[in-house]
Design a protein around this ligand. Structure first.
Ligand SMILES: [Zn+2]
Length: 270
């Protein structure tokens, strides 16, 4: 499978010369599977706009059947959806999976006076699916499992697995002060790629307990406990510029060498 990061920033998009290396779009990751031309998408932050343009440029190379999995409804994870061009195009279909009512969430975001047109202006075929933490979704030979994550209003972690390759997407979650999240460690067991919320430094976390985010040291701990092969630090804080993120990445690499801090546009093949 091929994993591409279209948005890696938590909370709010950022831009400007201090953010050119890591980028400033909010969460969106696409996964191209090898067994199908359908596309798996994780979250619809502002990064999904660029993904949409790429999917329009490459019509014919994919099926047009898109499977969007939403971790939760916080604004930075859905704000790109109204600007996702394929959703307006009748030849595309979207299966949208969420542990909450995604139709209601996306409709409310596109209601007056916040947005000029509603969800019904989007011409693609849309099907909404409720997730409940058990069971699995099949896409081609791929299998997507989910579990709830501790976070204000709760988030969802996903494991995408296909033909022996796997990734875990676990963003917007606060670690337990009593050790690792056992359920998440179990979901991430032996995964090739662990993408984890590393929004704060340890010092910042001390001032932001209960805000629902984690640290790069907890990312390393989870990677070690779960036996993940590669760690991606994700959900960068909007105050962290390129210099800060390079320092965080280096500090994490000293503890877990196969670590990279996510960058908008980065692709990893598994
Ligand atoms: Zn959140």
């Amino acid at each position: 499978m091929e994993v591409t990061f279209w948005g890696t920033r938590g909370s709010i998009p950022v831009s400007g010369p201090r953010y050119t290396e890591f980028g400033g779009n909010t969460p969106c990751v696409s996964v191209k599977l090898t067994s199908t031309h359908d596309i798996v998408i994780l979250d619809s932050g502002s990064g999904i706009r660029e993904l949409g343009l790429e999917l329009m440029r490459t019509i014919g190379e994919h099926s047009g059947n898109l499977h969007l999995f939403l971790t939760h409804a916080h604004w930075d994870h859905i704000q790109g959806f109204p600007f996702f061009v394929p959703a307006f195009v009748p030849s595309f279909s979207l299966d949208i999976y969420c542990s909450k009512d995604a139709r209601d969430i996306l409709s409310r975001q596109m209601s007056a006076p916040f947005f000029p047109v509603g969800l019904d202006a989007m011409g693609s075929t849309k099907r909404f699916h409720m997730l409940n933490g058990s069971g699995e979704v099949r896409v081609g030979n791929g299998c997507i499992r989910n579990i709830p994550l501790p976070h204000p209003q709760e988030s969802t972690a996903f494991r995408v697995e296909e033909n022996g390759a796997s990734l875990v997407f676990a963003t917007d979650t606060e670690h337990s002060v009593n050790g690792v999240n056992e359920q998440l460690a179990s979901l991430a067991k032996g995964t090739d790629l662990l993408i984890y919320d590393a929004q704060y430094t340890i010092e910042e976390y001390e001032k932001k307990r209960g805000w629902g985010h984690s640290t790069f040291t907890e990312a390393v701990r989870l990677a070690e406990v779960s036996g993940a092969k590669k760690l991606v630090l994700y959900s960068h804080d909007p105050t962290h510029d390129d210099v800060t993120l390079r320092e965080i990445e280096q500090a994490a690499q000293e503890m877990f060498p196969n670590t990279v801090a996510a960058r908008d546009g980065m692709t990893i093949r598994l």
